[in-house]
Every structure is written in structure tokens, then in C-alpha cells.
Design a protein around this ligand. Structure first.
Ligand code: SF4
Ligand code: SF4
Length: 134
């Protein structure tokens, strides 16, 4: 299974090798989607974990035991294929690559796993084919 989680570190924990531990101890695949870690400041890390459900649960437990705050992350963007005219305007604001144009078929593709939920695409669509689900 896959699970996307948002980690928030206090400043004293930003140098922990947590991805290494999750891989080594629980055999999890880690996909880092977004990182914001500064010197002596709180850090955030949006990651996707992939592996057996029990291993993911054990990994999340380890993180919380180390003092890292863990939020389950749910994409709240909905894309209406029926309303979309594949103009590509929304891809210009999507820095994560969740929205991209398939250049062979000239159609929009939405990769929910990569979506950061920033909502920047919502106002970029002239047809309102993308909306916030929350
Ligand atoms: S919410 Fe942000 S990351 Fe997600 S598809 Fe829209 S622009 Fe891309
Ligand atoms: S801006 Fe709207 S209509 Fe254009 S590709 Fe994106 S979702 Fe489709």
C-alpha cells in the first residue's frame, strides 16, 4: 500500500536520518515529495511511504516516538475530465508535476500521488474543471 504523510520536525530533530531508518528497519520505499528544512528552524517533509501496511504503521510509530509530528495527507483536489478541454493552463502553476500534458495525445494527466494540495491550479482553470474537494 501507499500512504502520503506530512512530517513536522522541531528544530532539534531536523538532522535525524529518518528516511534511512524507515528504509533500513521497515523495508519501506520513500518518495520525498516536498521538503522544507532550514538551519535551526522547524522543518516539514511531505513523503510517500510504500510497503506492507504493518511496516508503514510501525514506521509511523517510530517517527512519533522520536518526537516528529505526523499528519496523514489527503489530496483535496478533484479534476473533472468531462469539463476539461486540455488547454494546459493549469500545468503552468503546478510545480509538483501532478498536472502535466501528455504530448502524444495532447491531453491533461493528473497524478494524485504527486499533488501537494496547494490549490494553485483551482483558479488557473478558466472552465473550473479543477476544484477543491474540501
Ligand atoms: S493542488 Fe497544487 S500540486 Fe495539486 S495539482 Fe493543483 S497545483 Fe498541482
Ligand atoms: S486549465 Fe482546466 S481546462 Fe485547461 S487543462 Fe487544466 S483542467 Fe483542463
Amino acid at each position: 500500500m501507499k500512504r502520503k504523510i506530512l512530517l513536522t520536525f522541531p528544530s532539534e530533530l531536523t538532522d535525524l536520518p529518518i528516511t534511512y531508518e524507515l528504509i533500513k528497519k521497515y523495508d519501506l520505499m520513500i518518495n520525498i515529495l516536498k521538503a522544507s528544512i532550514g538551519f535551526n528552524t522547524e522543518g516539514t517533509l511531505l513523503i510517500e511511504l510504500e510497503g506492507p501496511e504493518d511496516n508503514i504503521s510501525a514506521g509511523i510509530k517510530l517517527l512519533t516516538e522520536k518526537g516528529i509530528h505526523v499528519d496523514m495527507y489527503h489530496t483535496r483536489i478533484q479534476w473533472s475530465k468531462e469539463e476539461c478541454v486540455h488547454c494546459g493552463a493549469c500545468t503552468a502553476v503546478c510545480t509538483s508535476g501532478a498536472l502535466s500534458m501528455n504530448m502524444a495525445s495532447w491531453t491533461l494527466e493528473f497524478d494524485e500521488i504527486r499533488c501537494l494540495g496547494c490549490n494553485l491550479c483551482v483558479n488557473s482553470c478558466p472552465l473550473r474543471a479543477i476544484g477543491s474537494a474540501s
